[in-house]
Design a protein around this ligand. Structure first.
Ligand code: NAD
Length: 647
């Protein structure tokens, strides 16, 4: 076999390292037997020159090293973090670079008959709900051919993603996180091009794209790649005293293939964070972006550059009907972010199929400013919270409650700052807000504004908007009542309804009087009071003396209550949401017959009943009595059980 990129010696060095990393076992062929190295050119064509040259040099060296020495070097490279300077960098190159090449070549090619048989593809096909006529093909053909017979793109993508699932699940979390680290490097390096693409689809300001989408993705990927190995490691759990001699565990295993459906407001964040979380937990992904901001081809390009095999993430483009087809293809979980209206439809469809669903839906988030807050800073926070992404954020400030003693001062400060906002779809980062992304959202904002005016609201700034243009300026409103549409329904635009309040009890009741419950913020110098109010708010997250910040920290779970959805994304809980949390109890090869096994006798009943008194009673001597009764019961049960077996 020959290669355009590698000499014969380099190729042999790669295969030598490949066989050490993947020696094969009863189920899987070794690297050299899999024929994976035949695809080396495809991968090397994608690489950057410096990476390619570094790897070629390493493969040349590997070729001449004795196998035992190479094995030692590969093992040592796992300690890359402990090694100093250039030694550490070289070890990292070997650990992540060489192993990455080997793993990707080995697992990415789903046409390899050896691997497909080994991972039980044929068996998997049997479990799928296949379209008519496909079963015959499945018996003979590899997944690509099988998927070609699927009745829709959604079904085809699901089949291919399922084909990739077994291979991905075999990797350790550390190996998976190497892909996430590589993705992070690529996003950082290519951020300006990515921002161009985001702006083209969404019409956001350049700084909005940088500070929310790029920063948000980098922070989250960084957290995930560092924390996932620990958070997904087997965890020892409490074992009750009555189960002495056993140990209890939770294992965090993949669900299989998960469907991620995203909205249009943050198309980059809503793609990469759930995709990376699902992959780290060992799942393959079907990703359905919004038809309004598909970023067509971009996510595929970045994943390919990070050497993520194509069947680990399949992207399906289309509108709601395509989304419904993806649900119908029966993924192992649906992770949905979008409107409450669509969330209901998806939950209904998935419930028929008994597919678990997580829903991250809309909000009508309150910001509560007490009279002791710093007016200038709170107004600046309110402005950013209401206007970032031109108000098209699920956690935007949509109701602004200000305590009466500072209401007028706050109103003038907010209006003064709002009038200075610069609006443009800029190319140099100098604009504060961009335009609205979709025409239908402009219509909703116009309807809310018209309704508020008709019911007596006063427009303090933004009067110049014609009710049609996508460049909606910040619109601050006074004399807002709780029955106006903009105080009740999600506006998802740059409207800032200001409302005065008198005291804690009143504002808590008004803030909670909403069908939504996503996030909130509370502003006060009195932290005791701020905490007290935060505890009583019915929502999934509260920022104190800041705004929209809980979702900025990737370690904190994100999600809502009421019509804002259920389940949690991000943080430890979010990562575990992509897992089958398997409970395991290990009884170390005991030959005892358990007390709660048969036969049941009156004597056993009495001893067991005494044991409960000693175990759960409050008397100090109970533990000694528990031990004595426990031993008696154990002996009695063992004898009775064995006698029963012999008879
Ligand atoms: P949407 O519900 O209209 O669409 C979201 C996605 O669902 C799109 O990809 C769409 O094609 C798809 N879809 C539509 N009908 C479907 C169906 N029947 N089956 C399967 N998929 C279907 O929402 P949108 O207008 O794109 O986004 C705005 C909404 O998203 C707002 O309500 C906002 O608050 C919410 N949102 C929530 C969060 C959060 O994390 N809670 C984050 C961002 C946006």
């Amino acid at each position: 076999m020959s290669s355009r990129n590698l000499s014969a010696a380099q190729l042999s060095g790669l295969v030598k390292a490949g066989d050490i990393v993947i020696p094969g076992d009863a189920e899987l062929p070794s690297f050299s037997r899999s024929g994976a190295s035949a695809h080396v050119d495809r991968m090397f064509d994608y690489m950057h020159d410096s990476d390619r040259d570094g790897l070629k040099l390493l493969f040349s060296i590997f070729n001449v090293l004795p196998a035992f020495l190479l094995r030692g070097i590969l093992k040592l490279s796992e300690k890359d973090k402990a090694l100093p300077g250039p030694l550490g960098a070289a070890a990292r190159m070997i650990n992540v670079g060489v192993k990455g090449v080997v793993m990707t070549l080995y697992y990415s090619d789903t046409d390899q008959v050896g691997i497909n048989q080994a991972i039980g593809w044929d068996a998997k096909c049997d479990e799928l709900d296949l379209p008519e006529g496909v079963e015959e093909v499945a018996a003979k053909e590899a997944p690509q051919a099988l998927a070609a017979a699927a009745s829709s793109e959604a079904e085809r993508a699901t089949m291919l993603a399922r084909a990739g699932a077994a291979a991905l699940s075999r990797l350790s979390v550390k190996e998976r996180s190497a892909y996430v680290a590589s993705l992070r490097d690529i996003v950082l390096r290519r951020r300006e091009q990515i921002i161009d693409r985001i702006q083209a689809d969404t019409a956001k300001s350049r700084s909005d794209a940088l500070m929310s989408e790029i920063y948000g993705v980098l922070e989250a990927l960084h957290w995930l790649e560092k924390r996932a190995p620990k958070l997904l490691a087997d965890r020892k759990q409490y074992t009750p005293l009555s189960m002495l001699g056993k140990s209890s565990w939770t294992w965090y295993e993949p669900l299989g293939t998960v469907l991620i459906i995203s909205p249009w407001n943050y198309p980059f964040i809503q793609a990469l964070i759930p995709i990376a979380s699902a992959l780290l937990a060992g799942n393959t992904v079907i990703y359905k972006p919004s038809e309004h901001t598909p970023l067509e081809g971009l996510i595929e390009e970045l994943l390919a550059e990070a050497q993520v095999p194509p069947n680990w993430v399949r992207i399906v483009y289309g509108d709601g009907s395509t989304g419904a087809q993806c649900v119908a293809a029966r993924p192992d979980k649906v992770f949905f972010t979008g409107s409450t209206r669509t969330g209901r439809k998806i939950a209904a469809q998935a419930s028929e199929l008994l597919v678990p669903v997580e829903l991250e839906l809309g909000g009508k988030d309150p910001m509560i400013v007490f009279a002791d807050a710093d007016v200038q800073r709170a107004a600046a926070g309110a402005l950013w919270g209401a206007l970032t992404n031109t108000g098209q954020s699920c956690t935007s400030v949509e109701r602004l409650y200000v305590e009466r003693p500072i209401y007028d001062a706050f109103k003038s400060e907010l209006t003064r700052q709002a009038e200075r906002i610069v609006q443009a779809v800029d190319s140099d980062g100098s604009a504060d807000i961009g335009e609205m992304t979709t025409g239908f959202q402009v219509e909703i904002v116009a309807r809310h504004l018209e309704d508020a005016r008709a019911k007596g609201a006063a427009v303090l700034c933004g009067e110049q908007w014609d009710g049609k243009s996508k460049a909606i300026p910040p619109i601050v409103l006074d004399r807002v009542s709780d029955d106006m549409l903009l105080a009740v329904e999600e506006s998802f635009g740059p409207l800032i309804p200001l409302m005065p309040f008198d005291g804690e009890e009143e504002v808590i009741a008004r803030a909670n009087d909403s069908e939504y419950g996503l996030t909130a913020s509370v502003w006060s110098k009195d932290l005791e009071r701020a905490r007290r109010v935060a505890r009583r708010l019915a929502c999934g997250g509260v920022s104190i003396n800041n705004v929209m910040l809980t979702e900025g920290n990737p370690a904190l779970p994100f999600g809502g209550v009421k019509n804002s959805g259920f389940g949690r994304h991000k943080g430890e809980h979010g990562l575990h949401g992509f897992c089958n949390i398997k409970s395991v109890l290990i009884d170390k090869d005991s030959n005892k017959i358990e007390a709660n096994w048969y036969p049941y006798t009156t004597e056993k009943y009495r001893l067991f009943s005494d044991l409960l008194t000693h175990l759960f009673g409050r008397r100090r001597s109970a533990l000694i009595k528990f031990a004595a009764t426990g031993m008696k019961l154990e002996k009695y049960s063992d004898k009775a059980g064995k006698r029963g077996r012999e008879q």
